[in-house]
Design a binder for this molecule. Structure first.
Ligand code: NI
Length: 267
C-alpha cells in the first residue's frame, strides 16, 4: 500500500465519525485553501499483538522512520513520532497506553480485546483501516474504563483508527497563525479545547498547536444501549524554523499532553 492510499482510506474512515472535519475542510476550500496535513495521530494498547513495537513495522513499510520518543507519565502513555522520506507525507504520531499501571479489571479487559485480534492482521497497515478489531464493549464497561482512562475507553470503542488529523498552518495561504485559524473554526460553531490554554506551545518550543473537541456520535453498545460518545477531533499546527532554518519536525510533550484531553467525555 502507498502512503497516499493509506491516508486516503484513513481520512474516509475519520470523516465517517468526525463530521466536523468535513465541514471545516469544506469551509477552508471555500476560502481558496488547499489543506496539507501536518500529522496524523494513531492510538494503541501496549498489549500483543497490537503494541506500538508490533505496529511500527507497518509504518516503516509505508516508508516511515522513527524520529523521536515522547513520554506522558501522568496519562500512562508513551509515543513515537515518525517522519516519511517524502516530505509531502504527513508525520505520524503513534501512542500506546501503558496498561500495567491500571487496575486488574482494566488490564483483563484490554487483554481480552487484544486476544481477539488475529496476529496476522498486524503485518499490514490495513490494521488501521479495518475498524475496531474486537467486539463492542457494554455501556457499563465503557463507563468503568472512563473512570480510569478516557484513552482506554476511546480505544475500546473506536479501535485503531486515526484519532485526529492535523491541518498544517504553514501550508495555508490566507490564515497565517494558529489563533487566526482557531477563531475561524470557532466561528463555524466548533468548540476549541481550552485545557492548558487555547493555544499550546509557540515560537519558543518551535511548535504551536490547538484543537477542537471531539464530535459526539451515537454508538450501539454490546448490550443494545445507544449512547453518544466522543469520537475524533481536528488539530491545527504551525511549525517554526530551527537555528539552521529548517522547520522543526518534532512534537512537544507538554502540548500533546493537553491535546489528549480533546476526546474526554465531557468535552
Ligand atoms: Ni496531534
Amino acid at each position: 500500500m502507498s502512503w497516499e492510499s493509506f491516508f486516503e482510506a484513513l481520512w474516509r474512515n475519520y470523516l465517517a465519525v468526525t463530521p466536523q472535519a468535513a465541514t471545516i475542510h469544506r469551509a477552508l476550500a471555500d476560502r481558496g485553501e488547499t489543506v496539507v496535513n501536518d500529522h496524523v495521530a494513531l492510538r494503541t494498547f501496549d498489549v500483543s499483538p497490537i503494541s506500538l513495537a508490533e505496529l511500527e513495522p507497518t509504518l516503516l513499510g509505508l516508508g516511515y522512520r522513527r524520529f523521536a520518543p515522547y513520554d506522558f507519565p501522568a496519562r500512562q502513555l508513551r509515543a513515537f513520532g515518525y517522519l516519511h522520506e517524502d516530505p509531502g507525507a504527513p508525520r505520524v504520531f503513534l501512542s500506546e497506553l501503558l496498561t500495567g499501571g491500571f487496575s486488574g479489571k482494566l488490564q483483563r479487559f484490554v487483554r481480552s480485546c487484544c486476544a481477539s485480534v488475529d496476529s496476522g492482521a498486524t503485518e499490514d497497515a490495513e490494521i488501521f483501516l479495518a475498524g475496531r478489531p474486537w467486539p463492542m464493549p457494554t455501556w457499563q464497561t465503557y463507563q468503568d474504563l472512563l473512570v480510569e482512562s478516557d484513552y482506554a475507553a476511546w480505544l475500546a470503542v473506536l479501535g485503531l483508527c486515526a484519532n485526529h488529523f492535523t491541518i498544517s498552518v504553514n501550508g495555508l495561504r490566507h490564515f497565517r497563525t494558529v489563533p487566526e485559524i482557531v477563531d475561524f473554526v470557532a466561528s463555524l460553531g466548533f468548540p476549541i479545547n481550552e485545557e492548558g490554554g487555547r493555544i499550546k506551545g509557540g515560537p519558543t518550543v518551535l511548535l504551536e498547536q490547538a484543537s477542537t473537541y471531539a464530535d459526539h456520535i451515537p454508538m450501539t453498545f454490546a448490550d443494545g444501549d445507544q449512547h453518544d460518545v466522543p469520537t475524533c477531533y481536528y488539530e491545527f499546527a504551525r511549525r517554526y524554523p530551527e537555528e539552521d532554518g529548517s522547520l522543526y519536525q518534532g512534537f512537544v510533550a507538554a502540548s500533546a499532553n493537553h491535546i489528549f484531553a480533546s476526546t474526554r467525555a465531557a468535552g
